[in-house]
Design a protein around this ligand. Sequence first.
Ligand code: COA
Length: 567
Amino acid sequence: MRILLLTHAFNSLTQRLHVELKALGHEVSVEFDINDAVALEAVELHQPDLIIAPFLKRAIPESIWRQHVCLVVHPGIRGDRGPSSLDWAILEGEANWGVTVLQANGEMDAGDIWASVEFEMREAAKGSLYRNEVTDAAVEAIRLAVERFATGDYQPEPLDASDPDIRGEWRPLVKQTDRVIDWQRDTSEAVVKKIRSGDGVPGVKDTLYGREFFLYDARPETRLKGTPGQLIARCGPAICRATVDGAVWIGHLREKPGELPFKLPATHLLANEIVDLPAIEADDRTGYREIWYEESDGVGFLHFPFYNGAMSTAQCESLLTAYRAAKNRDTQVIVLMGGPDYWSNGMHLNLIEAASSAADESWCNINAIDDLAREIIETDSHLTIAALQGNAGAGGVFLARAADEVWVRRGVILNPHYKDMGNLFGSEYWTYLLPRYAGEENAARIVENRLPMGVDEAQSLKLIDRVIDPKREGFVPQVRQLAQAMIRTPAFTERLHYKNARRQADEAVKPLARYREEELEQMKRNFYGFDPSYHVARYNFVYKVPKSRTPLTLANHRWVASVRRVS
Ligand code: COA
Protein backbone atom coordinates (compact mmCIF):
# COMPACT_ATOMS: atom_id res chain seq x y z
CA MET A 1 0.00 0.00 0.00
CA ARG A 2 1.14 3.57 -0.56
CA ILE A 3 1.12 5.26 2.82
CA LEU A 4 1.82 8.91 3.61
CA LEU A 5 2.89 9.72 7.15
CA LEU A 6 1.68 13.28 7.74
CA THR A 7 3.30 14.47 10.94
CA HIS A 8 4.36 17.56 12.84
CA ALA A 9 7.85 16.08 13.33
CA PHE A 10 9.74 12.86 12.74
CA ASN A 11 9.55 12.03 16.45
CA SER A 12 10.24 8.65 18.02
CA LEU A 13 6.70 7.32 17.43
CA THR A 14 6.75 8.40 13.78
CA GLN A 15 10.18 6.83 13.33
CA ARG A 16 8.93 3.56 14.78
CA LEU A 17 5.84 3.52 12.52
CA HIS A 18 8.05 4.34 9.54
CA VAL A 19 10.22 1.32 10.35
CA GLU A 20 7.30 -1.04 11.07
CA LEU A 21 5.20 -0.09 8.03
CA LYS A 22 8.15 -0.40 5.67
CA ALA A 23 8.94 -3.80 7.16
CA LEU A 24 5.36 -4.84 6.33
CA GLY A 25 6.12 -4.03 2.69
CA HIS A 26 4.31 -0.70 2.35
CA GLU A 27 5.62 2.21 0.30
CA VAL A 28 5.98 4.81 3.01
CA SER A 29 6.75 8.48 2.54
CA VAL A 30 6.80 11.29 5.10
CA GLU A 31 5.67 14.90 4.97
CA PHE A 32 5.94 17.40 7.80
CA ASP A 33 2.67 19.16 8.44
CA ILE A 34 3.87 22.68 7.79
CA ASN A 35 0.78 24.21 6.17
CA ASP A 36 -2.24 23.16 4.09
CA ALA A 37 -0.58 23.84 0.73
CA VAL A 38 2.45 21.69 1.53
CA ALA A 39 0.28 18.84 2.85
CA LEU A 40 -1.92 18.97 -0.26
CA GLU A 41 1.12 18.96 -2.51
CA ALA A 42 2.48 15.89 -0.72
CA VAL A 43 -0.82 14.07 -1.21
CA GLU A 44 -0.80 15.00 -4.92
CA LEU A 45 2.75 13.75 -5.34
CA HIS A 46 2.54 10.54 -3.33
CA GLN A 47 -1.03 9.56 -4.30
CA PRO A 48 -1.41 7.58 -1.09
CA ASP A 49 -3.92 4.78 -0.53
CA LEU A 50 -3.89 5.74 3.11
CA ILE A 51 -2.71 8.72 5.17
CA ILE A 52 -1.52 8.15 8.73
CA ALA A 53 -1.04 11.04 11.15
CA PRO A 54 1.07 9.85 14.11
CA PHE A 55 1.75 13.25 15.67
CA LEU A 56 -0.10 16.39 14.66
CA LYS A 57 -0.48 19.81 16.21
CA ARG A 58 -3.30 21.03 13.95
CA ALA A 59 -6.28 19.61 12.13
CA ILE A 60 -5.90 17.85 8.78
CA PRO A 61 -7.26 20.09 5.99
CA GLU A 62 -10.81 19.19 4.97
CA SER A 63 -9.79 18.96 1.33
CA ILE A 64 -7.54 16.06 2.31
CA TRP A 65 -9.75 14.06 4.71
CA ARG A 66 -12.75 14.32 2.36
CA GLN A 67 -10.76 12.66 -0.45
CA HIS A 68 -8.58 10.20 1.49
CA VAL A 69 -8.92 8.03 4.55
CA CYS A 70 -6.73 9.70 7.18
CA LEU A 71 -5.98 7.72 10.32
CA VAL A 72 -5.05 9.79 13.35
CA VAL A 73 -3.07 8.16 16.17
CA HIS A 74 -4.55 9.47 19.41
CA PRO A 75 -2.72 8.68 22.68
CA GLY A 76 -5.91 8.01 24.61
CA ILE A 77 -8.54 5.35 25.25
CA ARG A 78 -11.77 5.10 23.22
CA GLY A 79 -13.82 8.25 23.63
CA ASP A 80 -10.93 10.27 25.04
CA ARG A 81 -10.54 13.56 23.20
CA GLY A 82 -8.35 16.63 23.47
CA PRO A 83 -4.72 17.73 23.31
CA SER A 84 -3.46 16.56 26.75
CA SER A 85 -4.58 12.92 26.96
CA LEU A 86 -1.49 11.43 28.50
CA ASP A 87 -0.96 14.39 30.85
CA TRP A 88 -4.45 13.89 32.29
CA ALA A 89 -4.01 10.13 32.52
CA ILE A 90 -0.91 10.66 34.70
CA LEU A 91 -2.41 13.47 36.78
CA GLU A 92 -5.55 11.47 37.47
CA GLY A 93 -3.68 8.27 38.28
CA GLU A 94 -5.33 6.10 35.60
CA ALA A 95 -4.40 2.43 36.02
CA ASN A 96 -4.86 1.65 32.32
CA TRP A 97 -4.63 3.87 29.31
CA GLY A 98 -4.55 3.35 25.55
CA VAL A 99 -4.06 4.44 21.99
CA THR A 100 -6.96 4.87 19.58
CA VAL A 101 -6.74 5.13 15.81
CA LEU A 102 -9.49 7.41 14.53
CA GLN A 103 -10.53 8.50 11.09
CA ALA A 104 -10.07 12.25 10.68
CA ASN A 105 -13.27 14.25 10.18
CA GLY A 106 -14.38 17.79 11.00
CA GLU A 107 -14.31 17.31 14.76
CA MET A 108 -11.14 16.84 16.82
CA ASP A 109 -10.62 13.20 17.92
CA ALA A 110 -14.29 12.37 17.31
CA GLY A 111 -13.94 10.35 14.10
CA ASP A 112 -14.83 6.69 13.59
CA ILE A 113 -12.61 4.24 15.44
CA TRP A 114 -10.49 1.85 13.41
CA ALA A 115 -8.61 0.28 16.29
CA SER A 116 -7.89 0.81 19.96
CA VAL A 117 -5.27 -0.88 22.14
CA GLU A 118 -4.93 -0.53 25.92
CA PHE A 119 -1.92 -0.80 28.20
CA GLU A 120 -1.13 -0.74 31.88
CA MET A 121 0.17 2.60 33.15
CA ARG A 122 3.55 2.80 34.86
CA GLU A 123 4.91 5.39 37.28
CA ALA A 124 7.08 7.27 34.81
CA ALA A 125 7.45 10.56 33.00
CA LYS A 126 5.07 11.31 30.15
CA GLY A 127 7.90 11.10 27.61
CA SER A 128 8.88 7.67 28.87
CA LEU A 129 5.31 6.36 28.63
CA TYR A 130 5.05 7.89 25.15
CA ARG A 131 8.27 6.29 23.90
CA ASN A 132 7.40 2.89 25.36
CA GLU A 133 3.79 1.91 26.14
CA VAL A 134 2.14 4.44 23.80
CA THR A 135 4.49 3.64 20.93
CA ASP A 136 4.05 -0.14 21.30
CA ALA A 137 0.26 0.25 21.49
CA ALA A 138 0.26 2.62 18.50
CA VAL A 139 2.21 0.10 16.43
CA GLU A 140 -0.30 -2.61 17.30
CA ALA A 141 -3.32 -0.36 16.68
CA ILE A 142 -1.96 0.91 13.35
CA ARG A 143 -1.15 -2.62 12.22
CA LEU A 144 -4.74 -3.65 12.99
CA ALA A 145 -6.20 -0.55 11.33
CA VAL A 146 -4.10 -1.01 8.18
CA GLU A 147 -5.13 -4.68 7.95
CA ARG A 148 -8.77 -3.70 8.37
CA PHE A 149 -8.47 -0.95 5.78
CA ALA A 150 -6.86 -3.39 3.34
CA THR A 151 -9.90 -5.69 3.47
CA GLY A 152 -11.85 -2.91 1.73
CA ASP A 153 -15.10 -3.57 3.55
CA TYR A 154 -14.30 -2.94 7.21
CA GLN A 155 -16.69 -0.47 8.82
CA PRO A 156 -14.97 1.64 11.50
CA GLU A 157 -16.98 2.12 14.65
CA PRO A 158 -18.62 5.54 15.13
CA LEU A 159 -17.92 7.12 18.51
CA ASP A 160 -21.01 6.71 20.67
CA ALA A 161 -20.57 8.87 23.78
CA SER A 162 -23.72 7.35 25.33
CA ASP A 163 -22.20 3.85 25.31
CA PRO A 164 -21.51 2.97 29.00
CA ASP A 165 -18.37 1.05 27.95
CA ILE A 166 -16.77 4.27 26.67
CA ARG A 167 -14.72 5.62 29.59
CA GLY A 168 -13.01 8.44 27.72
CA GLU A 169 -14.32 11.98 27.42
CA TRP A 170 -13.32 15.38 26.04
CA ARG A 171 -10.69 17.05 28.19
CA PRO A 172 -9.11 20.46 27.62
CA LEU A 173 -5.43 21.37 27.37
CA VAL A 174 -3.70 20.97 30.74
CA LYS A 175 -2.82 24.46 31.95
CA GLN A 176 0.01 25.37 34.30
CA THR A 177 -2.63 25.99 36.99
CA ASP A 178 -3.74 22.33 36.67
CA ARG A 179 -0.32 21.08 37.74
CA VAL A 180 1.09 23.93 39.80
CA ILE A 181 3.00 22.66 42.83
CA ASP A 182 1.99 23.85 46.28
CA TRP A 183 5.16 23.14 48.24
CA GLN A 184 3.37 23.80 51.53
CA ARG A 185 0.75 21.15 50.83
CA ASP A 186 1.78 18.65 48.16
CA THR A 187 3.32 15.34 49.19
CA SER A 188 6.44 14.07 47.39
CA GLU A 189 4.24 11.67 45.46
CA ALA A 190 2.00 14.52 44.27
CA VAL A 191 5.00 16.67 43.28
CA VAL A 192 6.61 13.85 41.32
CA LYS A 193 3.34 13.07 39.58
CA LYS A 194 2.82 16.70 38.55
CA ILE A 195 6.34 17.02 37.17
CA ARG A 196 6.11 13.69 35.35
CA SER A 197 2.82 14.72 33.71
CA GLY A 198 4.64 17.50 31.87
CA ASP A 199 7.99 15.82 31.15
CA GLY A 200 9.42 16.30 28.37
CA VAL A 201 6.93 19.03 27.30
CA PRO A 202 6.06 21.63 28.60
CA GLY A 203 7.39 21.16 32.17
CA VAL A 204 5.89 22.49 35.40
CA LYS A 205 6.36 26.18 36.03
CA ASP A 206 7.89 27.06 39.37
CA THR A 207 10.04 29.69 41.06
CA LEU A 208 13.53 29.10 42.43
CA TYR A 209 15.65 31.89 43.91
CA GLY A 210 13.22 34.41 42.40
CA ARG A 211 13.70 33.06 38.88
CA GLU A 212 11.03 31.31 36.82
CA PHE A 213 11.78 27.80 35.66
CA PHE A 214 10.05 24.79 34.19
CA LEU A 215 10.84 21.62 36.14
CA TYR A 216 11.70 18.18 34.68
CA ASP A 217 13.25 14.88 35.63
CA ALA A 218 11.73 14.32 39.07
CA ARG A 219 12.71 11.45 41.35
CA PRO A 220 11.50 10.82 44.89
CA GLU A 221 14.08 11.03 47.71
CA THR A 222 13.67 8.49 50.49
CA ARG A 223 15.77 9.83 53.40
CA LEU A 224 16.34 13.58 53.33
CA LYS A 225 13.80 15.92 54.89
CA GLY A 226 13.54 19.65 55.47
CA THR A 227 11.25 22.65 55.65
CA PRO A 228 8.68 22.28 52.85
CA GLY A 229 9.73 24.24 49.75
CA GLN A 230 13.38 24.65 50.86
CA LEU A 231 16.26 23.43 48.73
CA ILE A 232 18.19 21.07 50.96
CA ALA A 233 20.87 19.28 48.91
CA ARG A 234 22.49 18.76 45.53
CA CYS A 235 23.71 15.60 43.83
CA GLY A 236 25.09 15.26 40.29
CA PRO A 237 22.94 17.47 38.04
CA ALA A 238 20.05 17.57 40.51
CA ILE A 239 18.76 19.69 43.35
CA CYS A 240 16.67 18.35 46.22
CA ARG A 241 13.62 20.25 47.44
CA ALA A 242 11.77 19.40 50.62
CA THR A 243 8.06 18.59 50.59
CA VAL A 244 5.59 18.16 53.45
CA ASP A 245 6.48 14.48 53.83
CA GLY A 246 10.03 14.17 52.46
CA ALA A 247 11.80 15.56 49.43
CA VAL A 248 12.15 15.21 45.67
CA TRP A 249 15.09 15.49 43.29
CA ILE A 250 14.78 17.72 40.25
CA GLY A 251 17.39 16.93 37.63
CA HIS A 252 16.65 19.39 34.84
CA LEU A 253 15.26 22.91 34.43
CA ARG A 254 14.37 25.25 31.61
CA GLU A 255 14.40 28.98 32.24
CA LYS A 256 12.00 31.07 30.29
CA PRO A 257 12.55 33.95 29.86
CA GLY A 258 16.27 33.58 30.34
CA GLU A 259 19.58 33.64 28.59
CA LEU A 260 19.57 29.89 28.08
CA PRO A 261 15.89 29.03 27.56
CA PHE A 262 16.31 25.29 27.01
CA LYS A 263 16.64 22.22 29.23
CA LEU A 264 19.82 22.06 31.27
CA PRO A 265 20.99 20.28 34.40
CA ALA A 266 19.54 22.09 37.44
CA THR A 267 22.98 22.55 39.02
CA HIS A 268 24.22 24.18 35.82
CA LEU A 269 21.49 26.82 35.72
CA LEU A 270 21.67 27.50 39.46
CA ALA A 271 25.45 27.22 39.80
CA ASN A 272 25.82 30.61 41.52
CA GLU A 273 22.86 30.21 43.84
CA ILE A 274 23.55 26.75 45.24
CA VAL A 275 27.19 27.04 46.30
CA ASP A 276 26.21 26.52 49.94
CA LEU A 277 23.91 23.57 49.36
CA PRO A 278 25.35 20.37 50.80
CA ALA A 279 26.46 17.97 48.06
CA ILE A 280 25.57 14.38 48.83
CA GLU A 281 26.83 11.06 47.45
CA ALA A 282 24.12 8.95 45.84
CA ASP A 283 23.54 5.32 46.67
CA ASP A 284 20.67 2.94 45.98
CA ARG A 285 18.52 4.57 48.66
CA THR A 286 19.30 8.24 48.55
CA GLY A 287 20.38 10.93 46.11
CA TYR A 288 20.17 11.20 42.32
CA ARG A 289 22.21 8.41 40.77
CA GLU A 290 23.46 8.91 37.21
CA ILE A 291 25.98 6.08 37.10
CA TRP A 292 26.08 2.90 39.15
CA TYR A 293 27.64 -0.49 39.08
CA GLU A 294 26.41 -3.84 40.31
CA GLU A 295 27.74 -7.33 39.99
CA SER A 296 26.50 -10.88 40.06
CA ASP A 297 28.02 -14.25 39.17
CA GLY A 298 31.01 -12.94 37.26
CA VAL A 299 29.11 -10.23 35.38
CA GLY A 300 29.42 -6.50 36.03
CA PHE A 301 26.52 -4.22 35.07
CA LEU A 302 27.14 -0.53 34.51
CA HIS A 303 24.01 1.65 34.45
CA PHE A 304 24.00 5.19 33.08
CA PRO A 305 20.45 6.54 32.66
CA PHE A 306 21.47 10.04 31.52
CA TYR A 307 18.49 12.32 30.93
CA ASN A 308 17.45 12.16 27.25
CA GLY A 309 20.51 9.99 26.55
CA ALA A 310 22.71 13.08 26.23
CA MET A 311 26.30 12.57 27.43
CA SER A 312 28.28 15.65 28.46
CA THR A 313 32.06 15.85 28.79
CA ALA A 314 31.84 15.39 32.56
CA GLN A 315 29.40 12.48 32.25
CA CYS A 316 31.66 10.73 29.73
CA GLU A 317 34.63 11.23 32.06
CA SER A 318 32.74 9.84 35.06
CA LEU A 319 31.52 6.90 33.00
CA LEU A 320 35.07 6.21 31.85
CA THR A 321 36.23 6.16 35.49
CA ALA A 322 33.38 3.79 36.39
CA TYR A 323 34.14 1.62 33.38
CA ARG A 324 37.83 1.38 34.33
CA ALA A 325 36.81 0.39 37.85
CA ALA A 326 34.52 -2.29 36.39
CA LYS A 327 37.43 -3.61 34.34
CA ASN A 328 39.51 -3.96 37.49
CA ARG A 329 36.97 -6.26 39.09
CA ASP A 330 37.39 -9.99 39.07
CA THR A 331 34.58 -10.56 36.56
CA GLN A 332 34.46 -11.89 33.02
CA VAL A 333 31.73 -9.88 31.33
CA ILE A 334 30.81 -6.19 31.54
CA VAL A 335 27.33 -5.17 30.44
CA LEU A 336 26.82 -1.52 29.55
CA MET A 337 23.17 -1.00 30.46
CA GLY A 338 22.55 2.65 29.52
CA GLY A 339 19.17 3.69 30.93
CA PRO A 340 15.59 2.45 30.63
CA ASP A 341 14.60 5.12 28.10
CA TYR A 342 17.77 5.73 26.13
CA TRP A 343 21.07 4.00 25.78
CA SER A 344 22.82 7.08 24.44
CA ASN A 345 22.21 9.96 22.03
CA GLY A 346 25.84 11.04 21.84
CA MET A 347 27.28 14.41 22.82
CA HIS A 348 25.25 16.71 25.06
CA LEU A 349 24.05 19.29 22.54
CA ASN A 350 22.27 21.47 25.11
CA LEU A 351 25.36 21.86 27.29
CA ILE A 352 27.40 22.57 24.17
CA GLU A 353 24.91 25.28 23.21
CA ALA A 354 25.17 26.73 26.73
CA ALA A 355 28.99 26.85 26.74
CA SER A 356 30.90 30.12 26.26
CA SER A 357 32.56 28.51 23.23
CA ALA A 358 30.32 25.92 21.58
CA ALA A 359 33.21 24.86 19.35
CA ASP A 360 35.56 24.25 22.30
CA GLU A 361 32.90 22.38 24.25
CA SER A 362 32.05 20.24 21.21
CA TRP A 363 35.74 19.40 20.94
CA CYS A 364 36.02 18.43 24.62
CA ASN A 365 32.80 16.43 24.49
CA ILE A 366 33.71 14.42 21.40
CA ASN A 367 37.16 13.67 22.82
CA ALA A 368 35.65 12.53 26.11
CA ILE A 369 33.21 10.21 24.34
CA ASP A 370 36.02 8.94 22.10
CA ASP A 371 38.16 8.15 25.16
CA LEU A 372 35.31 6.04 26.48
CA ALA A 373 34.76 4.31 23.11
CA ARG A 374 38.49 3.52 22.86
CA GLU A 375 38.55 2.06 26.37
CA ILE A 376 35.65 -0.24 25.42
CA ILE A 377 37.17 -1.28 22.09
CA GLU A 378 40.54 -1.97 23.69
CA THR A 379 39.19 -4.02 26.59
CA ASP A 380 41.11 -7.30 26.49
CA SER A 381 40.23 -8.61 29.96
CA HIS A 382 36.46 -8.99 29.56
CA LEU A 383 33.82 -9.65 26.97
CA THR A 384 31.71 -6.52 26.71
CA ILE A 385 28.02 -6.21 25.93
CA ALA A 386 25.96 -3.11 25.22
CA ALA A 387 22.38 -3.87 26.32
CA LEU A 388 19.95 -1.40 24.79
CA GLN A 389 16.72 -1.06 26.75
CA GLY A 390 15.96 2.17 24.90
CA ASN A 391 16.80 4.03 21.72
CA ALA A 392 20.23 5.19 20.62
CA GLY A 393 21.17 7.89 18.14
CA ALA A 394 24.26 9.24 16.37
CA GLY A 395 27.42 8.69 18.42
CA GLY A 396 25.40 6.66 20.91
CA VAL A 397 24.92 3.87 18.35
CA PHE A 398 28.63 3.62 17.63
CA LEU A 399 29.51 3.79 21.31
CA ALA A 400 27.30 0.70 21.69
CA ARG A 401 28.95 -0.97 18.70
CA ALA A 402 32.31 -0.45 20.42
CA ALA A 403 31.29 -3.36 22.68
CA ASP A 404 31.84 -6.95 21.54
CA GLU A 405 28.12 -7.64 21.44
CA VAL A 406 25.08 -5.42 21.15
CA TRP A 407 21.83 -6.81 22.57
CA VAL A 408 18.70 -4.84 21.92
CA ARG A 409 15.09 -4.90 23.12
CA ARG A 410 12.60 -5.42 20.29
CA GLY A 411 11.00 -2.08 19.49
CA VAL A 412 14.15 -0.03 20.01
CA ILE A 413 15.01 2.39 17.20
CA LEU A 414 18.56 3.23 16.18
CA ASN A 415 19.68 6.28 14.25
CA PRO A 416 23.21 5.32 13.18
CA HIS A 417 24.08 8.54 11.40
CA TYR A 418 25.23 12.11 12.12
CA LYS A 419 24.67 14.09 8.95
CA ASP A 420 21.29 15.50 9.96
CA MET A 421 23.15 17.58 12.55
CA GLY A 422 24.43 20.08 9.95
CA ASN A 423 26.55 17.56 8.06
CA LEU A 424 28.41 16.60 11.20
CA PHE A 425 31.06 14.04 10.29
CA GLY A 426 30.95 12.18 13.60
CA SER A 427 33.58 10.31 15.54
CA GLU A 428 33.37 7.52 18.18
CA TYR A 429 35.54 5.43 15.79
CA TRP A 430 32.54 4.95 13.51
CA THR A 431 34.80 4.85 10.45
CA TYR A 432 36.35 1.71 11.96
CA LEU A 433 33.26 0.14 13.50
CA LEU A 434 30.60 0.66 10.83
CA PRO A 435 32.45 -0.88 7.85
CA ARG A 436 33.91 -3.57 10.10
CA TYR A 437 30.47 -4.84 11.05
CA ALA A 438 28.18 -3.76 8.19
CA GLY A 439 30.66 -3.83 5.31
CA GLU A 440 31.87 -0.86 3.23
CA GLU A 441 28.89 -0.71 0.91
CA ASN A 442 26.25 -0.85 3.62
CA ALA A 443 28.22 1.63 5.69
CA ALA A 444 28.14 4.19 2.87
CA ARG A 445 24.40 3.63 2.35
CA ILE A 446 23.59 3.97 6.06
CA VAL A 447 25.53 7.24 6.28
CA GLU A 448 23.79 8.72 3.24
CA ASN A 449 20.26 7.46 3.97
CA ARG A 450 20.09 9.02 7.45
CA LEU A 451 17.11 6.85 8.34
CA PRO A 452 15.97 5.29 11.59
CA MET A 453 16.48 1.57 11.76
CA GLY A 454 14.55 -1.17 13.53
CA VAL A 455 16.14 -4.16 15.23
CA ASP A 456 15.67 -6.62 12.37
CA GLU A 457 17.42 -4.44 9.82
CA ALA A 458 20.13 -3.56 12.36
CA GLN A 459 20.71 -7.24 13.03
CA SER A 460 20.92 -8.11 9.35
CA LEU A 461 23.55 -5.36 9.01
CA LYS A 462 25.42 -6.71 12.06
CA LEU A 463 24.98 -3.42 13.84
CA ILE A 464 23.48 -5.50 16.62
CA ASP A 465 23.94 -9.14 17.55
CA ARG A 466 20.88 -10.18 19.46
CA VAL A 467 17.25 -9.10 19.70
CA ILE A 468 15.60 -9.65 23.05
CA ASP A 469 11.86 -10.00 22.87
CA PRO A 470 10.21 -9.64 26.25
CA LYS A 471 8.48 -6.41 27.12
CA ARG A 472 10.19 -3.75 29.22
CA GLU A 473 10.17 -5.49 32.61
CA GLY A 474 11.49 -8.74 31.19
CA PHE A 475 14.49 -7.23 29.41
CA VAL A 476 16.92 -6.65 32.28
CA PRO A 477 16.39 -10.09 33.93
CA GLN A 478 16.86 -11.75 30.55
CA VAL A 479 20.08 -9.82 29.87
CA ARG A 480 21.38 -10.95 33.28
CA GLN A 481 20.52 -14.54 32.58
CA LEU A 482 22.04 -14.54 29.10
CA ALA A 483 25.23 -12.78 30.21
CA GLN A 484 25.72 -15.27 33.04
CA ALA A 485 25.01 -18.20 30.73
CA MET A 486 27.63 -16.85 28.33
CA ILE A 487 30.41 -17.31 30.90
CA ARG A 488 29.40 -20.90 31.45
CA THR A 489 29.77 -21.87 27.78
CA PRO A 490 32.93 -23.86 27.02
CA ALA A 491 33.76 -21.48 24.18
CA PHE A 492 33.95 -18.43 26.46
CA THR A 493 37.74 -18.30 26.86
CA GLU A 494 38.17 -19.01 23.19
CA ARG A 495 35.93 -16.06 22.35
CA LEU A 496 38.02 -13.77 24.47
CA HIS A 497 41.19 -14.95 22.71
CA TYR A 498 39.53 -14.57 19.33
CA LYS A 499 38.38 -11.02 19.98
CA ASN A 500 41.82 -9.97 21.22
CA ALA A 501 43.51 -11.55 18.20
CA ARG A 502 41.05 -9.83 15.89
CA ARG A 503 41.68 -6.47 17.56
CA GLN A 504 45.42 -6.89 17.22
CA ALA A 505 45.06 -7.81 13.57
CA ASP A 506 42.86 -4.76 12.94
CA GLU A 507 45.33 -2.55 14.81
CA ALA A 508 48.14 -3.82 12.61
CA VAL A 509 46.20 -2.90 9.47
CA LYS A 510 45.27 0.55 10.72
CA PRO A 511 45.73 1.77 14.30
CA LEU A 512 42.71 3.04 16.18
CA ALA A 513 44.59 6.30 16.74
CA ARG A 514 44.61 6.91 12.98
CA TYR A 515 40.85 6.46 12.69
CA ARG A 516 40.40 8.94 15.49
CA GLU A 517 42.81 11.43 14.03
CA GLU A 518 41.05 11.32 10.66
CA GLU A 519 37.59 11.63 12.17
CA LEU A 520 38.64 14.48 14.43
CA GLU A 521 40.26 16.29 11.53
CA GLN A 522 36.81 16.40 9.91
CA MET A 523 35.13 17.29 13.19
CA LYS A 524 37.53 20.20 13.63
CA ARG A 525 36.20 21.55 10.34
CA ASN A 526 32.63 21.10 11.58
CA PHE A 527 33.42 22.90 14.84
CA TYR A 528 35.94 25.58 13.78
CA GLY A 529 35.69 25.80 9.98
CA PHE A 530 34.05 28.39 7.72
CA ASP A 531 30.87 26.36 7.20
CA PRO A 532 28.61 27.04 10.20
CA SER A 533 26.09 24.27 9.33
CA TYR A 534 26.72 22.22 12.48
CA HIS A 535 26.33 25.24 14.75
CA VAL A 536 23.15 26.30 12.96
CA ALA A 537 21.67 22.78 13.06
CA ARG A 538 22.55 22.40 16.74
CA TYR A 539 20.97 25.76 17.56
CA ASN A 540 17.80 24.73 15.70
CA PHE A 541 17.74 21.37 17.49
CA VAL A 542 18.28 22.81 20.97
CA TYR A 543 15.90 25.74 20.48
CA LYS A 544 13.38 23.41 18.80
CA VAL A 545 13.02 25.61 15.73
CA PRO A 546 10.26 23.99 13.64
CA LYS A 547 11.47 22.48 10.38
CA SER A 548 10.50 24.51 7.32
CA ARG A 549 10.55 21.54 4.95
CA THR A 550 10.72 17.76 4.98
CA PRO A 551 14.18 16.34 4.24
CA LEU A 552 14.32 14.49 0.93
CA THR A 553 15.65 11.44 2.78
CA LEU A 554 12.13 11.09 4.24
CA ALA A 555 9.89 12.66 1.59
CA ASN A 556 10.32 10.02 -1.11
CA HIS A 557 7.47 11.54 -3.12
CA ARG A 558 9.44 14.79 -3.48
CA TRP A 559 12.61 12.98 -4.38
CA VAL A 560 10.82 10.91 -7.02
CA ALA A 561 9.17 14.08 -8.37
CA SER A 562 12.51 15.90 -8.63
CA VAL A 563 14.09 12.95 -10.46
CA ARG A 564 11.13 12.96 -12.86
CA ARG A 565 11.62 16.70 -13.48
CA VAL A 566 15.32 16.22 -14.26
CA SER A 567 14.83 13.28 -16.62
N1 COA B 1 21.86 16.28 23.39
C1 COA B 1 20.92 16.93 24.10
N2 COA B 1 19.61 16.60 24.08
C2 COA B 1 19.26 15.59 23.27
C3 COA B 1 20.20 14.87 22.48
C4 COA B 1 21.55 15.24 22.58
N3 COA B 1 22.49 14.59 21.91
N4 COA B 1 19.54 13.93 21.79
C5 COA B 1 18.24 14.03 22.11
N5 COA B 1 18.06 15.04 23.00
C6 COA B 1 16.80 15.47 23.61
C7 COA B 1 15.89 16.20 22.63
O1 COA B 1 16.17 17.58 22.59
C8 COA B 1 14.53 15.93 23.23
O2 COA B 1 14.36 16.83 24.30
P1 COA B 1 12.94 17.14 24.98
O3 COA B 1 12.86 16.24 26.16
O4 COA B 1 13.04 18.57 25.39
O5 COA B 1 11.88 16.92 23.95
C9 COA B 1 14.68 14.54 23.83
O6 COA B 1 16.09 14.32 23.96
C10 COA B 1 14.14 13.47 22.95
O7 COA B 1 14.74 13.63 21.67
P2 COA B 1 13.93 13.60 20.34
O8 COA B 1 14.74 14.23 19.26
O9 COA B 1 12.56 14.10 20.58
O10 COA B 1 13.92 12.05 20.18
P3 COA B 1 13.57 11.26 18.93
O11 COA B 1 13.46 9.86 19.41
O12 COA B 1 12.43 11.88 18.25
O13 COA B 1 14.86 11.40 17.96
C11 COA B 1 17.27 11.33 17.53
C12 COA B 1 16.04 10.68 18.22
C13 COA B 1 18.52 10.56 18.00
C14 COA B 1 17.13 11.25 16.02
C15 COA B 1 17.38 12.80 17.91
O14 COA B 1 17.21 12.93 19.29
C16 COA B 1 18.70 13.43 17.55
O15 COA B 1 18.94 13.74 16.39
N6 COA B 1 19.56 13.67 18.56
C17 COA B 1 20.85 14.29 18.37
C18 COA B 1 21.88 13.25 18.04
C19 COA B 1 23.20 13.94 17.74
O16 COA B 1 23.37 14.55 16.72
N7 COA B 1 24.13 13.83 18.69
C20 COA B 1 25.38 14.52 18.56
C21 COA B 1 26.39 13.80 17.73
S1 COA B 1 27.19 12.52 18.62
